[in-house]
Design a protein around this ligand. Structure first.
Ligand code: ATP
Length: 501
């Protein structure tokens, strides 16, 4: 089977032109010769200089990973050749192999139907224009972002000049490209996220990032705008650099057919909830798209920072919010029930899904569609009770559910210690009001291991300063009567904390 996997070959064809072709909407075709676009180009005598890339994928677990692999391949090709104005015309399926999914052989007889068409369309229509040659040094005048803790004073917006060699693409999503580079003045590695700016609106991601100042959220250093030849404005966010996303880190272990070390998971889980406590209570922001791709880590130090605040929002109790947010596998059930008055607790559900995925090596609820997502949740968590449904969305009347005997979290996690199960079962409650808030998650027994003095884990935790909480801000929402107990419990195992009180 390995041989078949290794020979997974895809053909990617793209054309080269100085004028922009990216506004064209093309569709995926197994044969380009008869597409409307091809016919049009031939008629106009503008057949672009065609290149076919044979792309060899060594391993591939799912369609998203497969597409992202192709995308990265195209971008590195563009960087190598210094090409501009490239359009991906089509993706052609050459071979249909069996694919290994999380260690199991899965027959992918019809991969083209399994691929997420939206994602392929996005890639075909993706703007590759600003992928520039590796060689040049860029000089920019940028706004320097300095967080001002004093809420009355505005964040400073002085401009400074920076320069950096052009870039290496590390990732891209629906809204832009992320590249990494080194700022020459400070010899500092950074990531630059470039997004198309809708002139009619303030960019919410920039506004959100200006509010943030926490070791577990990605920091904004500078930002600048630039225009392309078509007068489109792009916003560039210059961010703290982190070596990997949790998605990449997990893939590393899956490919090695090993598990992510349990202690490493614990460090990430702790910092994830610590970041949520800050976002929800200090910045008053709900991230709304927690997923492994949006959690960045440094596997050497185990430090963690949440990124991508493009969907983040300050939720106000009297204002409705869209329920079609958050990536499918990580979507809280109240969103699937169409709630528009949901709370910050949707992030707790998503984070628990991420932690479960690290433990299991595969997504906990891998729904294939919006509705299938709820079925996946019910398969493990069981059918929600009437009260739970009302806690998610009191207006939801349609109560027909598949009659399934739940697998249960306990059975799914039977190899894990009971403390991990306690954390997940308290964070994965249907009713968001019963779901444990982030600060309470940090007090669970699961985290005692990293609080035990004299251990290596404790030394690592001290280096990361993960037990440092700002009492005024991060613990500002704690009732005064509970503050000292919680402060102690955050720093040492709960049993020790209670004996010292
Ligand atoms: N500061 C950073 N340091 C290193 N890599 C980063 C950084 N920010 C983002 N990345 C990489 O780029 C990817 C995409 O970033 P981000 O999620 O912010 O973009 P996006 O366009 O909003 O993506 P999506 O639409 O998929 O949510 C991340 O998954 C990560 O791999």
């Amino acid at each position: 089977m390995a041989a078949v996997l290794k020979s997974l070959v895809r053909k990617i064809s793209f054309g080269n032109s100085d004028s922009l072709q990216l506004k064209h909407k093309t569709s995926i075709q197994s044969d380009t010769s008869n597409t409307g676009l091809e016919k049009k180009k031939r008629k106009a005598g503008k057949e672009p200089n065609k290149i076919t890339v044979h792309h060899r994928i060594s391993n591939c677990n799912n369609s998203a990973e497969y597409i992202s692999d192709i995308e990265n391949h195209i971008i590195s090709k563009l960087l190598d050749t210094g090409r501009k104005g490239v359009t991906v015309d089509h993706i052609e399926y050459v071979d249909v192999p069996d694919i290994k999914a999380y260690g199991k052989n899965v027959k992918q007889e019809n991969i083209s139907t399994k691929l997420d068409k939206k994602r392929i369309d996005r890639m075909i229509n993706f703007d590759y224009r600003y992928v520039k040659s590796k060689q040049r040094t860029l000089h920019k005048t940028v706004y320097k972002h300095e967080h001002n803790a004093d809420a009355d004073k505005k964040n400073s917006e002085e401009t400074v000049d920076i320069s950096y060699p052009a870039v290496e693409v590390v990732g891209h999503g629906s809204f832009g490209v992320v590249v990494t580079t080194v700022l020459q003045e400070a010899n500092q590695k950074v990531a630059i996220k470039k997004v198309l700016q809708d002139k009619r609106y303030k960019n919410r991601e920039l506004e959100t990032m200006k509010l943030l100042n926490h070791p577990n959220t990605i920091g904004l250093k500078y930002y600048f705008y630039e225009k392309d030849e078509e007068d489109e404005v792009y916003l560039n966010l210059i961010l703290d650099y982190m070596p990997q996303s949790l998605y990449q880190r997990l893939r590393h272990f899956v490919h090695l057919k090993t598990q992510m070390p349990r202690l490493e998971i614990k460090f990430y889980a702790y910092q994830l909830f610590k970041a949520l406590n800050y976002l929800h209570n200090v910045s008053q922001i709900c991230h709304r798209d927690i997923k492994p791709q949006n959690v960045l880590v440094d596997p050497k130090t185990f430090s963690l920072k949440i990124c991508d605040f493009g969907s983040a929002k300050s939720l106000k109790p009297d204002q409705p919010n869209v329920s079609y947010i958050c990536s499918r596998y990580y979507r809280a059930p109240e969103l699937m029930f169409g709630a528009t008055d949901y709370s910050n607790q949707i992030d707790v559900w998503s984070s628990a899904c991420v932690i479960a995925e690290l433990l299991l090596g595969k997504p906990l609820f891998p729904g294939e569609s919006g509705i299938d997502q709820l079925v996946e949740v019910i398969k493990i968590m069981g059918i929600p009770t009437k009260d739970e449904i009302s806690g998610m969305n009191p207006n939801y009347k349609d109560h027909i559910f598949p009659n399934v005997k739940p697998v249960t979290l306990a059975r799914l996690l039977k190899g894990e210690d009971s403390d991990a199960l306690e954390l997940l079962s308290k964070a994965l409650r249907y009713d968001p009001r019963a779901r444990l808030p982030p600060l309470q998650c940090l007090l669970l027994k699961y985290f005692d291991e990293i609080k035990s003095r004299g251990t290596e884990a404790y030394v690592k935790a001290q280096c990361l300063r993960i037990f440092d909480f700002d009492v005024q801000t991060e613990l500002g929402h704690v009732p005064p009567a509970e503050l000292s107990t919680i402060e102690v419990a955050l720093k040492q195992p709960v049993s020790q904390a209670s004996t010292s009180l």
